[in-house]
Design a protein around this ligand. Structure first.
Ligand code: HEC
Length: 564
């Protein structure tokens, strides 16, 4: 165990150290003039504490972990999870504190409230413990190790050297650029720090518009929506859109001469964070619309042309939903006999063996269409946000968000066809035989079972909905290819994603592992973005519709053959 941990004790790359130092200089200045007023301090730590630099920043050592286990676990728990009145160290509050603030607090303690002072530990050990607390934080979704404000992010973006192929970032994304990442390209865990770099979403700047390859054009189909997420084309050609935040399913019909919907409606309201939408039975004449709430599958009576549900929803199945990844997508097998539902993990990397909330999560679940007969169809798929059935083969495909907290270029998201009974690695393994260092030594018997996905996407892309192109409008080489929406990174120092990608497939419907940037242009700078693609579907006329919950709109991409 200890030897293995020593192996993963990591040094930061020279690059990162340098740019973090440069960024630190800029950010110290910024912090001292502006941010202090906005960010409340941690336990009233003085400003000087907030700014104190961690001399061992990002360095994971065996000593840090050992000291934590010896000194802190008794109260805060093995994963720093806390209990009763002992706070979690993986929480947003603790993880939101700067290293300097944590150091100050740990040194002083809060003896009256039961937290000892650790001033007696060597300073170096206190910093190492803090580094380990960051690892614990990285096991919780949304808890960054090094949180950047948008001003800091802008400066990191401007000062970072170009990425080393095959990795990239928003500065180098361009329609038509081809990418291919293989397991051999992956760096060691935490070769760079794990960044908290969620974007600030701003209105579309006057000169900004989505960019697509020559011969294609982009128009604004609908705007002013709330949180448009998944979009699916009904057998009759209407578009159904999940507005997850308001709990509604919207309908859009047609494309007018000026590229707008001819009719819009609200099909259903009062749903619980709806995401997945599908039509049953498969084929031209469905009788129900199924909707994936975050905690259940429900269905509404439906016939072609309905723009409002003609009856109340019927409960089909409960889904696990305690916390964490909340989207649920739904597909039916081609023969209509089974319903497949994707349910993402409750956490970043909590071990399902010891975490009851992870039961039946990070899975694709199978049901009969009436909700009975639940079983696990495929497992270890951390968060299959978008599912699609490949028309040519009938195979199920997933677009998957992988785990965070292991640095800028780990762990890759992926798109893959899903094998029944297949194991895709989470949380113990990733991309074939790579063990997650946070689960060192666990489940050796699964090492040879981990399936390496078909298409390894850029780490932190946040790959959401995917669809197969079966329209007649795009050039012939697009026939049968996959388009997928990449919502964009938060866990990367220079952002990546924020695009629509194309995954070319060969004649028999297999992936080569390569993919292309298709629609880009949503990033203003490393701190700010104006658009975030979520859903993609093929319209009856062969154009693509793409939902975007950054600009709260729907884009339409059509092929004109002319360069714009
Ligand atoms: C004897 C039990 C105990 C031990 C041992 C202990 N803590 Fe605590 N810790 C607490 C309690 C209780 C609090 C909450 C104090 C309060 O309410 O203000 C706390 C609070 C904290 C906080 C503030 C968290 C927040 O969100 O406000 C940090 C950080 C922390 N402890 C780190 C550590 C570290 C690191 C160690 C080991 C070196 C450690 N603690 C050991 C009991 C303990």
């Amino acid at each position: 165990m200890q030897l293995q941990e020593a192996k993963i004790a990591v040094k930061k790359s020279k690059y990162t150290r340098k740019h973090m130092l440069a960024a630190w200089a800029v950010l110290s200045l910024l912090l001292s003039v502006s941010s202090l007023a906005q960010n409340p301090t941690f336990h009233n730590a003085p400003a000087s504490a907030k700014l104190e630099k961690n001399p061992m920043q990002g360095q994971q050592t065996q000593e840090g972990k050992a000291a934590f286990q010896q000194r802190c676990v008794a109260c805060h728990g093995p994963n720093g999870e806390g209990s009763g009145n002992i706070p979690s160290l993986a929480s947003e509050k603790a993880q939101g504190a700067s290293d300097g603030e944590l150091f100050w607090y740990i040194t002083k303690g809060d003896v009256n409230n039961g937290m000892p002072s650790w001033a007696s530990l060597p300073e170096e050990q206190r910093w190492q413990i803090i580094n380990y607390i960051r690892v614990l934080g990285a096991s919780k979704p949304g808890s960054p190790r090094v949180a950047l404000s948008s001003d800091e992010a802008v400066s990191v973006g401007a000062n970072s050297p170009p990425p080393k192929a095959p990795f990239t970032d928003y500065r180098f994304e361009k329609p038509g650029a081809t990418r291919k990442i293989t397991p051999a390209d992956l760096p060691a865990p935490l070769e760079t720090t794990s960044a908290g770099n969620a974007p600030q979403v701003v209105p579309r700047p006057d000169n900004a518009w989505p960019e697509v390859p020559a011969g294609f054009k982009v128009e604004l189909y609908a705007s002013g929506l709330n949180q448009p997420r998944l979009i699916r084309t009904a057998p009759n050609g209407d578009f159904f859109v999940a507005e997850s935040q308001t709990g509604e399913i919207l309908v859009f019909r047609g494309i007018s001469a000026d590229g707008k919907p001819q009719l819009t409606g609200t099909f259903a309201t009062g749903l619980k964070r709806p995401f997945g939408i599908n039509f049953y039975p498969p084929g031209p004449d469905p009788q129900w619309i199924y909707v994936g709430n975050t905690d259940s599958v429900v269905r509404f009576p439906y016939k072609n042309g309905d723009v409002k549900a003609s009856g109340a929803s019927e409960h089909i199945a409960d889904l696990p939903s305690s916390s964490g990844h909340w989207t649920r997508d739904i597909q039916f097998t081609v023969d209509g006999k089974k319903m497949l539902v994707s349910v993402g993990s409750a956490s970043n990397i909590n071990d399902p063996d010891t975490t009851p909330e992870e039961k039946n999560r990070a899975d694709v679940l199978e049901f009969n269409p009436d909700g009975s007969g639940m079983r696990v169809y495929a497992y270890g798929i951390r968060n299959c946000v978008g599912m699609a059935v490949q028309p040519k083969t009938g195979a199920l495909w997933c677009s998957v968000n992988e785990r965070d907290g292991l640095g800028d270029n780990l762990v890759p998201d992926y798109i893959t066809h899903v094998q029944e009974g297949g194991f895709y690695g989470w949380p113990w393994w990733y991309m074939g035989k790579h063990q997650d260092p946070r689960h060192e030594g666990k489940h050796p018997e699964l090492k040879d079972k981990v399936i390496t996905p078909d298409v390894i996407l850029h780490p932190h892309n946040a790959s959401l909905e995917l669809t197969f192109y079966n329209g007649k409008q795009f050039p012939a080489e697009y026939q049968g290819d996959i388009f997928a929406a990449e919502h964009g990174s938060w866990n990367r120092s220079v952002r990546v994603g924020y695009e629509l990608i194309r995954v070319p497939l060969d004649k028999s419907g297999h992936a080569t592992g390569a993919y292309e940037d298709f629609m880009t242009g949503f990033v203003v700078d490393n701190g700010h973005v104006w658009g975030r693609p979520v859903g993609v579907t093929v319209a009856p006329d062969g154009s693509l519709l793409v939902t975007d919950d950054g600009s709260k709109s729907i884009w339409r991409i059509s092929y004109t053959g002319k360069s714009q």
